[in-house]
Design a protein around this ligand. Structure first.
Ligand SMILES: NC(=O)c1ccc[n+]([C@@H]2O[C@H](COP(=O)([O-])OP(=O)(O)OC[C@H]3O[C@@H](n4cnc5c(N)ncnc54)[C@H](O)[C@@H]3O)[C@@H](O)[C@H]2O)c1
Length: 371
């Protein structure tokens, strides 16, 4: 949506792998936002990145960046254990933090972020870019309107493949730095999208294993879930699957809606099948006036700027992200305790509010402690 206001002033902290997708998306939105500064603890990486994306100001320290620049938004693209401290720093500087997933390492950290939001009036948003493709937005609208009938069954599969070398990066595969394996780091996109469609869950029963990778964390988890609306679902998060795919399927009373893609989708990756007697729903789904918007960072950033231009709260809010993180925490708690876990049960000083492993991992660590 075009806007008459001056472009929002944006910075990126952490100029590694995913930061490139952020900078490229911001470059496509140059009328709405200017990437004015970057910071990375690795000065060479920061300088190369600034050079590549023509960013005028470069820092090796997030604090120095925040003190020197007047900003509207800071993207946090660092490894997961730095997300909550950096997001707090950004909010305390009076700026909105847009944090890469996972927002934080634990429910406790999420609640600390909520307290900082309360104190500062600033916000922390989370990158869950798959919520924002046109078909996902349409599905949420149709599901909420009741046009598809009651949701009954869902399946959510993130079947990805990561070889052993992927875990050579020191922060990967460790509870204390990455927060978890494919549940926290990879499948979280898919089940976040599922939760955005189906709403609150009530109980989870899960299993997790480390089958093959040199990690402390799980390399696969499977979960069965009941939603508040009565729907039943299954979720699989794997890094062990040579034919990779990301799949979601929703069976409503009057239609099946399916998505199969890998790291991002367009319209062609969705399939809509009306139940017999409900063929007219296909017209609602195939709305010819709607642009074919690919899921990705750009559409999420655009949605943030659209909301701000309209004077509205933008997503993905801390509350939304907490619900997704609680889903991950409950998956681990159920898997490691061997019992079902209900929503809201992980509270107070429960070990699974303090860390995703809950101090209860049934296998031995293999990674050396970082110094
Ligand atoms: N949304 C997605 O689809 C997606 C995809 C990949 C990664 N991610 C997430 O993005 C985050 C970063 O992943 P990555 O693969 O880009 O990691 P990376 O290791 O490639 O890059 C991280 C960068 O952060 C820098 N850094 C570390 N601590 C810092 C600090 N305190 N201050 C400033 N800079 C610091 C490092 O030097 C490095 O350059 C992770 O949370 C990951 O889960 C999201």
């Amino acid at each position: 949506m075009p806007s008459s206001r001056p472009p929002y002033r944006v910075a990126i902290i952490g100029t590694g792998g995913i930061a490139g997708a952020h900078a490229a998306a911001l470059a496509e939105l140059s009328e709405r936002a200017r990437l004015v500064a970057v910071a990375d603890v690795d000065p060479t990486r920061a300088a190369d990145f600034a050079n590549k994306f023509s960013v005028p100001h470069v820092f090796t320290d997030a604090k120095a960046l925040l003190e020197s620049e007047k900003l509207d938004l800071v993207h946090i693209c660092t490894p997961p254990q730095t997300h909550a401290p950096l997001a707090s720093l950004v909010m305390r500087a009076g700026v909105t933090a847009l944090v890469e997933k996972p927002t934080a390492l634990s429910l406790r950290e999420m609640d600390q972020l909520a307290a900082v939001q309360e104190q500062t009036g600033s916000r922390v948003l989370t990158v869950f870019q798959h919520r924002y493709g046109a078909a996902a937005v349409r599905l949420r609208r149709l599901a909420a309107s009741g046009a598809l009938g009651r949701p009954l069954v869902a399946t959510c599969e993130t079947l990805w493949y990561r070889p052993d070398e992927y875990f050579d990066v020191p922060w990967r595969g460790r509870w204390d730095v990455e927060g978890g394996g494919p549940t926290m780091g990879h499948g979280i996109h898919q089940f976040d999208l599922m939760l955005s469609v189906l709403g609150p869950w009530s109980v989870i029963t899960a299993l997790a294993g480390r089958q093959a990778r040199p990690t402390d964390t799980e390399d696969v988890s499977v979960a069965a879930v009941r939603f508040d609306n009565g729907a039943l679902g299954t979720v699989v998060n794997s890094l062990l699957s040579p034919r990779e795919t990301s799949r979601l399927r929703f069976d409503f009373e009057y239609a099946t809606v399916e998505l199969e893609h890998l790291y991002g989708y367009r319209e062609e990756h969705w399939r809509f099948t009306p139940a017999s007697g409900h063929e007219e729903l296909s017209d609602l789904w195939a709305d010819a006036d709607e642009p074919d918007i690919t899921s990705g960072h750009r559409v999420q950033f655009e949605a943030v700027f659209d909301a701000w231009d309209a004077g509205q709260e933008s997503g993905v809010t801390l509350l939304d992200a907490r619900s997704t993180l609680e889903f991950a925490a409950a998956t681990y708690a159920s898997a490691f305790r061997g019992v079902p876990v209900t929503a809201g049960e992980l509270a107070g000083d429960d070990p699974f509010t303090l860390s995703m492993d809950g101090g209860a991992v049934p296998w031995e660590p293999v990674k050396e402690t970082l110094v």
